[in-house]
Design a protein around this ligand. Structure first.
Ligand code: NAD
Length: 458
């Protein structure tokens, strides 16, 4: 049961009927990931023509691809044309071959004919190429058109269905590990609260895991701010995916921290991330106790909201110090150490406030905008050894932080996205886990929003 009473009411018994009759918003109960769950529960319609569409259809259905030896083992029930009356659980639109906006009509109208019969919680995923300045106006227009149609379609879907896109760089095959990794993430229930987003795959770096339910097996991950909320969910999710977890939080949160560390069979490190030597302390603990360090999740974060007109040093400085200066300093220490070089992963928590802005949060938005800039420029420092740095930008997530928002404001804030509800800490954690995985090696320097397609901002 969600803590969102309204969501529970419109999904049960007599109140469900009343909400329907009154035409009230009816947010769906989103399905979340469980290991062993089928990737997609029903037929998948793959639309698009050409070798890329054929390759994706082959891989999804689990048949090997010609002489490439590529096999996904996904074994989905793939269809290439929509049949009247069939309920599709997913539609994959392969749009990499389009060269002019005129060519969008055929695949989009083919998808349209399948939309009315979509299964609850269905997934729509586009696969396309980026609209860069050097490819000519018509091609760039066609590719940017995919962005527009995807974001609009996500706003039309109901019943917990989502639409997201994978944008694969020119020269990188659509079967590259991260193109398939991103496609799988968007098809699965791991992306329940990710909607209307386009994720870029810039290279064929990364590798597919031997076990999709434990992609982090053998990896050691540090999660800061892990004593509660989103950080605790990240620790649990990374451990579920096979990682050994070091849970970091301030000494004041010691008891909760130990409980989280014990629950994931990891270790606890009491540490204020703003300490000058925090990076070294993290390295010392991790190398001594676990012998290696592969993943760092900068999740520790604070807010001190105030209109800028009333802002004080006491409210500004700590927010910048915890949210962005500490991750910067820790990353620097890790990079200098030479002990963070086996396809390492940095994932930092940004916020939609750092993208769209939020009244009363200039300090917080400066820090979270800072995180977005930080990962963009940190990623190139890691590519030489197969590493990545990316950010996750949550929207409204049901945590202790947001439980303190006054009731009416909270009710409104929850509905202002395409899924008409707040996300759960686990939704953020699943996205962090994806970016930390081997199959996300070609995703670099990006910020992926987990906001149900928040209606404010970009
Ligand atoms: P929370 O306040 O529930 O938890 C934050 C944790 O960080 C706490 O355990 C706290 O003790 C720890 N922490 C704070 N300062 C620290 C320091 N100096 N050193 C070590 N640990 C420290 O917050 P949350 O809602 O779980 O948010 C987690 C992250 O997600 C934050 O970065 C936050 O800005 C971001 N975020 C949250 C939301 C949301 O809706 N809750 C939305 C967008 C972004």
């Amino acid at each position: 049961m969600s803590t969102d009473t309204y969501l529970n009411l419109v999904n049960s018994g007599v109140t469900k009927k009343i909400a329907k009759q009154l035409g009230l918003p009816r947010p769906a109960q989103l399905r979340r990931f469980r290991p062993g769950q089928p990737l997609v529960a029903g037929p998948v319609l793959v639309l698009g023509t050409g070798p890329d569409a054929d390759a994706i259809a082959h891989l999804l259905s689990g048949t090997s691809l010609g002489d490439t030896g590529l096999e996904s083992g996904w074994d989905l029930d793939v269809r290439r044309t929509a049949t009247a009356g069939e309920r599709h659980a997913a539609i994959v639109l392969v749009l990499t071959e389009i060269t002019h906006p005129d060519q969008l009509s055929e695949p989009m109208l083919a998808a349209a004919s399948a939309l009315k019969g979509l299964a609850p919680g269905a997934r729509i995923v586009t696969i396309s190429r980026p609209a860069t300045a050097d490819i000519g106006p018509a091609l760039s227009a066609a590719r940017q058109g995919v962005d527009g149609v995807l974001r609009s379609l996500a706003k039309e879907l109901r019943g917990g269905a989502t639409a997201n896109g994978v944008v694969v760089a020119d020269g990188v095959p659509v079967t590259a590990p991260s193109a398939l990794g991103a496609l799988r993430f968007f098809l699965s229930t791991r992306s329940a609260f990710v909607d209307g987003q386009l994720l870029h795959v810039d290279s064929d770096a990364g590798s597919l895991p031997s076990d999709w339910d434990r992609p982090l097996a053998g990896r050691v991950a540090v999660v800061t701010g892990a004593a509660r909320g989103i950080g605790a969910a990240i620790a649990t999710t990374l451990a579920r995916d096979g990682a050994t977890v070091v849970a970091v939080d301030v000494p004041a949160a010691g008891e909760q921290l130990v409980a989280v560390a014990n629950s994931v069979r990891g270790t606890a490190l009491q540490l204020d991330v703003t300490a000058e030597d925090a990076g070294q302390k993290i390295l010392d603990h991790t190398l001594t106790r676990h012998g290696r360090l592969d993943i760092v999740v900068h999740n520790a974060g604070i807010t001190r909201d105030k209109l800028l007109a009333n802002m004080t040093t006491e409210k500004w400085d700590p927010v910048l110090a915890v949210n962005v200066a500490a991750p910067l300093r820790i990353n620097e220490a890790l990079l200098e150490s030479g002990d963070f070089t086996d396809a390492p992963r940095i994932v930092a928590l940004a916020s939609t406030s750092g993208i769209a802005g939020n009244r009363g949060q200039t300090n917080y938005a400066a820090s979270k905008g800072g995180v977005i800039g930080m990962v963009r420029a940190t990623a190139p420092l890691l590519t030489a050894f197969g590493g990545t740095a990316n950010a996750v930008a949550p929207g409204f997530i049901e945590t202790e932080m947001t439980a303190r928002i006054p009731a009416v404001t909270r009710q409104v804030a929850r509905r202002l996205n395409s899924l008409q509800q707040g996300g759960l800490p686990v939704d953020v954690a699943e996205t962090v886990a994806f970016l930390a995985s081997p199959q996300a090696g070609g995703v670099v320097g990006q910020t992926l929003r987990v906001c149900g397609q928040n209606l404010v901002g970009q």
